[in-house]
Design a binder for this molecule. Structure first.
Ligand code: AMP
Ligand code: ZN
Length: 113
């Protein structure tokens, strides 16, 4: 599969790893939108975007969220942060392997909602 995030998981493309376990990987975004910008992905490419989440596969999404406080702490985010998921064309998603952006390290002023 020609997926950049799968290639990061299998080591074909290098990344700056922030957190890893048997289910998920977190790494610094190559094109950061904030002083701290981490991408968090499930290792398995089973869900392409939020629109593919079902009752049967949603456990990994909850698992990712359960690890976000630890990942945020590891990056020194002690004063809050933002989690973003871009879904599909209108959501401006570019990589179709579900992922969550963890943004922080400054007061984020560009509020879309
Ligand atoms: P999205 O636009 O929500 O699909 O997010 C994809 C993100 O992946 C963007 O923020 C990119 O900067 C990031 N990205 C693309 N290639 C790499 C890479 N090789 N290493 C780290 N981040 C990447
Ligand atoms: Zn993938």
């Amino acid at each position: 599969m020609n997926c950049i995030f799968c290639k990061i998981v299998n080591g074909e493309i290098p990344s700056s790893k922030v957190y890893e376990d048997d289910k998920i990987l977190a790494f610094d975004d190559i094109n950061p939108c904030a002083p701290v910008h981490v991408v968090i992905i499930p290792k398995e490419h089973t869900i392409t975007c939020a629109d593919d989440i079902t009752e049967d596969n949603c456990h990994i999404v909850g698992y990712i969220f359960s690890k976000i406080p630890e990942i945020a702490k590891a990056k020194g985010l002690t004063n809050g942060y933002r989690i973003v998921n871009n879904c599909g064309e209108d959501g401006a998603q570019t990589i179709f392997h579900i992922h969550f952006h963890l943004l922080g390290g400054e007061k984020l002023t560009e509020k879309l909602c």
